[in-house]
Design a protein around this ligand. Structure first.
Ligand code: ARG
Length: 507
């Protein structure tokens, strides 16, 4: 026989994932054994010995993970083997009755992931709150809104930031869906064909805090689509996060100069003493790629896998773990960055004027005042914009005298109107007053008061509504947590009861 060396021996292991699954596996073992007893499949003293030994293994915790786990093929084998070592095979060897590692591992992953998803929802909640509060502080802070990264129209910072919080609200609801598809129990499916022992799948599902049983036993052990779905949610969330990170990186440059990064989230340069680099935000941007990679990894592993279980499925779990840890940490980092972000309000407002950001409103005003079509008004204002850009005069506030500037604009509009429509707009109802109003950035914003627009009334309404959504969603998240907690308490009560038996008998 060929001997294996360390490298080939370790090839089959997935230690990090197994460490992650340790606590879930102990729970699954407990629930399974409690159910086996209730169904009369194993005897009282056997149950008591198994549960007592399991408790010891659980209490060893980190010590078990560090010293026992690496010697076995996986966490399931490790726990069962140590248990048999402690209480003998006649008793310990009964724990795995009516079960396979296939349903066991699928159940463990779902339990571990369910907890991570609840944690992730909490983090996303925190991020959304931070964004909404930062928006609330900046309802009157005006910034240039961008298209193609060029100044487009003025907008309140709050409106821009609330857009990010809406994206994360959708991420939150995607996580809720992923949770619902995750929190179902495959236990009792065994290898795939279930078992001839009269196991009670509903009971183990209940004891483990699952919402229901994943019915078809072939499906139960074969699928990892809940992992694909979860990492897809992360990938989407990370994409949204990286867009926010990217904006914050841009805004902190001297070119934009809109924000100052919180001290703890800016780093220095080893050579340039003046630097405050946005390394944390950059890593959020980079780790988005890592999470996308995890998704690709899992999709590729699962693609074309024949039913039911194949060892390939083990290779999925580390990707899930990496994606989960990376995403949770990235959300936490971005939340802190947002909380500590200092806005340079004056700088933002000054820049909001640059680039003729009021041109759209000027064209709209022409339409309203003169009755010509929007396309024609667009042509006239577009010609005006070109000459103003050439003369570097697009910013009304930067002109010496606002009044003189406005007075000069109307005749120019008339000149272009003459060549484009053969008429002067000043003779068709366009006044200096209306032109001036159109060129004012604050009034630009206030006019855009349609549902979801940047006008103050709408921004305040959305802010209130989002705060209420947050409350509601946090309550429903807490309710999920509570349901799981109650089930696990019931499991512990059952374990405690059934553990005692042996002591009673011994007396
Ligand atoms: N460590 C394995 C995994 O993660 C457990 C299941 C092993 N099952 C088997 N039939 N070899 O998938």
């Amino acid at each position: 026989m060929q001997k294996q060396n360390k490298t080939t021996k370790n090839y089959i292991l997935s230690l990090d994932a197994d460490r992650w699954l340790f606590h879930a596996d102990v729970l699954v073992d407990k629930a399974h054994v409690v159910m086996l007893k209730e169904r009369g499949i194993i005897k009282r003293d056997e149950v008591s010995a198994i549960l007592n030994s399991l408790t010891k293994i659980e209490e060893r915790g980190e010590d078990f993970i560090e010293h026992e786990l690496p010697s076995y093929e996986d966490v399931h084998t490790a726990i069962e083997s140590v248990l048999i070592r402690e209480i003998g095979e006649d008793k310990g060897g009964r724990m795995h009755t009516g079960r396979s590692r296939n349903d066991e591992v699928a159940t463990c992953i779902r339990i571990a992931l369910r907890d991570e998803l609840l944690e992730m929802m909490k983090e996303v909640h925190g991020l959304r709150r931070a964004i909404i509060e930062k928006a609330a502080e900046n309802v009157d802070t005006i910034m240039p809104g961008y298209t193609h990264l060029q100044h487009a129209q003025p907008t309140p910072f709050a409106h821009h930031f609330l857009a990010h919080s809406d994206a994360f609200a959708r991420d939150f609801s995607r996580l809720v869906n992923a949770y619902e598809h995750t929190n179902v129990s495959p236990l009792g499916a065994a290898a795939f064909a279930s078992t001839g022992f009269p196991v009670d799948r509903e009971r183990t599902a209940k004891l483990l805090g699952f919402d229901s049983v994943l019915e078809n036993s072939m499906d139960a052990v074969s699928t990892r689509d809940f992992i694909i779905e979860t990492i897809s949610c992360y990938a989407n969330l990370m994409t949204n996060l990286s867009r926010l990170a990217e904006e914050i990186i841009l805004w902190s440059t001297s070119e934009f100069d809109f924000v100052r990064l919180p001290e703890e989230y800016a780093t220095g340069s080893s050579i340039m003493p003046q630097k405050r680099n946005p390394d944390y935000a950059e890593l959020v941007r980079a780790r988005t790629g890592t999470v996308h990679g995890c998704l690709m990894g899992v999709l590729s592993i699962c693609k074309a896998l024949p039913y039911s279980y194949n060892r390939d499925l083990q290779e999925v779990t580390p990707h899930l773990l990496q994606a989960t840890e990376t995403t949770t940490a990235s959300v936490a980092v971005m939340k802190s960055i947002v909380e500590g972000l200092e806005l340079k309000k004056e700088e933002m407002e000054k820049k909001a004027q640059i680039g003729f950001t009021t041109a759209t409103e000027l064209a709209d005003t022409i339409v309203r005042e003169t009755g010509i079509s929007f396309r024609t008004a667009h042509k006239i204002v577009s010609s005006l914009a070109s000459v103003l850009a050439d003369e570097n005069m697009e910013s009304i506030k930067e002109q010496e005298s606002e009044k003189a500037f406005v007075a000069e604009i109307l005749p120019r509009i008339d000149d272009f109107a003459m060549s484009i429509v053969g008429k002067k707009l000043s003779e068709m109802g366009l006044t200096e007053k209306k032109v001036k109003e159109a060129l004012n950035i604050a009034s630009n914003i206030q006019k855009r008061n349609v549902k979801g627009g940047p006008a103050k009334k709408e921004v305040l309404r959305m802010q209130r509504a989002r705060r209420m959504d947050l409350e509601k969603e946090e309550k429903s998240r807490e309710a999920k947590e509570e349901r799981v907690r109650r089930s696990l308490e019931e499991l512990e009560r059952e374990v405690k009861k059934k553990k005692k038996v042996i002591k009673v008998i011994k007396k």
